[in-house]
Ligand binder design. Structure first.
Ligand SMILES: [Cu+2]
Length: 126
């Protein structure tokens, strides 16, 4: 085993599942897939938090038919825009949210229309 860098320095008190998933990912060489499976298996309605200019989790795997809700916890507006234009939210003020139902399988990359360096991905499984 080579050394793995530690990415879990960001506190996430309100998402124990993510912490567990990160621990799994850190412990296993092929852990990213495992972490995604953990997240997908434990959650029916899927939530993504926007906090500190970051989508969390940045990569979310859900089964087809899942409604994903993004909620902005920053003090400034953010938006959610699919790279392939499959969906696009209005600018979300603090504590406002946007939902989109993913009906087809695939990988959906998205970004913040106001801060395009903010990116995330929803992986939809059949
Ligand atoms: Cu933004």
């Amino acid at each position: 085993m080579t050394s793995l860098s530690h990415h879990n320095s960001r506190p996430s008190n309100r998402n124990c599942r993510l912490a567990i998933a990160l621990a799994v990912a850190t412990g296993l060489g092929t852990g990213i897939l495992t972490a995604r499976q953990v997240l997908a298996a434990t959650e029916a309605p899927a939530a993504i938090t926007i906090d500190n200019f970051t989508f969390g989790p940045a990569n979310l795997t859900v089964p087809a038919g899942t409604t994903v809700t993004w909620t902005n916890h920053d003090d400034i507006p953010h938006s959610v825009v699919a790279t392939d234009k499959a969906f696009r939210s209005a600018a979300l003020d603090t504590n406002h949210s946007y939902s989109f139902t993913f009906k087809t399988a695939g990988t959906f990359a998205y970004f913040c229309g106001l801060h395009p360096h903010m990116t995330g991905k929803v992986i939809v499984t059949p």
